[in-house]
Design a protein around this ligand. Sequence first.
Ligand code: ADE
Length: 231
Amino acid sequence: MRIDVLTIFPEMFQSPLSCSILARAQKKGLVEIFLTNIRDFATDSYRKVDDRPYGGGPGMVMMPGPVFACYEHVAAQSPLKGPVILLTPQGRRFDQAKARELSQLERLFLICGRYEGFDERIRIGLNAEPLSIGDYVLSGGELAAMVIIDAVVRLIPGALGDQDSTREESFSNGLLEYPQYTRPEVFRGMQVPPVLLSGDHAKIAQWRRQQAIERTRMWRPDLLEGRDDIG
Ligand code: ADE
């Protein structure tokens, strides 16, 4: 998979991309991540990429010219095709299902905005999908792009070791994950639930499912709405 990030702050990506699973996935050749600076495609001597909104109002808007020029330059670097995503709070909310969908692509473009947002012609002209990582406003799309890259790349087959399987993790069955315990059996007076030490796999599975449902009901009741398989 090839991921192209278009941003005016490529340096923000250096450390997240050079640690842990993202670093390993790149080393193994499972993903190539390219960072391109939108500012390099500005056409004036101030390297301007934003301007005031028509109609008035606060803040600045990303201009279409530099973003289009940057996209066209980057797209031409490889014959691989893929969708264009705009990081913005004004979009559909990113979730695990979307991460799974994106992890199957051969190419993905992520365009990060700053300021008040993008000139609407960027979305229309590049047929881009606006995606938000949550109902809060960041000062730019860079952190959101990193969240998406992390969630997507770890789902590419081979990115995780056998030990860190994605089969039972939160959201894979629409529920939060059950509680986990490791050694010691007693820590500061708190015991590991005896069922986990019983060796009875059917009982353990039943306990875990019950716990997952209880947690989901407690912390994320919205995930249970409309489900008739959970009493
Ligand atoms: N840019 C600013 N806030 C954002 C958010 N919540 N998600 C994606 N991009 C953003």
